[in-house]
Design a protein around this ligand. Structure first.
Ligand SMILES: [Zn+2]
Ligand SMILES: [Zn+2]
Length: 296
């Protein structure tokens, strides 16, 4: 597992690699443009080349791009849908250009409308964006279930993938805070096993593409998206250790999107803590597995 953090590309794309390195990251996630504006950042080929070089010279093994928050692939407003399509294509093309492991996308919102036609609209738009880009995978992030957001359940994620043509490039990004807020208990190894069994049954093991590790300020099933620092929320250190040590997550990119101690994002200490929690979780799983086998 490549553990890291969401970092800023302010001052140029290669700066994000430097920030990740300073934090001790093995993976980074960036926004390809300001996440609350439609206007795309104008990059030149030299920016992409500089990023690829910086990454090659660093310990950063995984790179995710988080698409803009304004995107709503399910919108029935023509203007919003067109802007969403253009923005998603831009994210995927930047992903192609920098060799990102994936673009992570909040699939969209039905707002107050019906869910089924919203999923169909989102699927169509996502398929168009994939057709307008080359290679970069697209991971649909599970949501906390606030309002009409799509992707609150594994079945909804599966329906979105299906509606988008089940392209090979499609996968899911599992956010621990959103899983917990949407009602999945992930605080023990057994609970994580059960949750990921359900995920695999719905979307298939090969679609589990990337991870966001965040603790949750709000309780299980609250449907509220409030990230907490690792160990300081309702999931806690034990829960994070259980999540991080899930064997089916081996090899995945996992980034923290926590507020940090002074609200400036994950710290070096917090990332080191997450690495430790994964190791602790793995150690604690070994005797559990042995006992099971001895009993069987
Ligand atoms: Zn997200
Ligand atoms: Zn997330």
């Amino acid at each position: 597992m490549l553990i890291g953090a969401h970092v800023s590309p302010a001052g140029g794309l290669p700066k994000a690699v430097g920030r990740g390195t300073d934090l001790g990251c093995r993976a980074i996630q960036i926004f390809n443009q300001s996440p609350r504006m439609w206007r795309p950042t104008a990059y030149a080929e030299g920016d992409f080349a500089a990023f690829r070089q910086a990454r090659a010279d660093s310990d950063i093994g995984g790179v995710l791009i988080h698409a803009v928050y304004l995107i709503n692939c399910a919108s029935d407003d023509e203007e919003i849908a067109e802007k969403s399509l253009a923005s998603l294509i831009q994210s995927l093309r930047v992903g192609d250009a920098i060799g990102a492991d994936a673009v992570v996308l909040h699939p969209g919102s039905a707002k107050t409308g019906a869910v089924e036609p919203a999923i169909a609209r989102a699927g169509k738009l996502i398929a168009r964006a994939l057709a307008e880009s080359q290679r970069c995978p697209l991971h649909l992030e599970n949501t906390a279930g606030t309002g009409g957001t799509l992707g609150r359940s594994f079945d909804e994620l599966a329906a979105l993938i299906e509606a988008a043509g089940a392209d090979q490039r499609l996968g899911v990004c599992l956010d621990s805070c959103h899983l917990f807020a949407s009602g999945h208990d992930i605080r023990t190894p057994d609970a994580v096993t059960e949750t990921i069994d359900q995920c695999v049954a719905a979307v298939g093991a090969s679609r589990i593409g990337s991870l966001h590790l965040n603790d949750s300020q709000t309780p299980l099933g609250s449907s509220r998206d409030r990230h907490a620092n690792i160990g300081a929320g309702e999931i806690g250190d034990d829960g994070c250790a259980a999540f991080l040590s899930e064997p089916r997550f081996d090899g995945l990119v996992c980034v923290l999107e926590t507020p940090g101690v002074d609200r400036s994002g994950p710290t070096r200490e917090e990332i080191a803590h997450a690495v430790e929690l994964r190791e602790r979780g793995q150690r604690e799983r070994i005797p559990a597995r042995r006992t099971k086998r001895a009993r069987a």
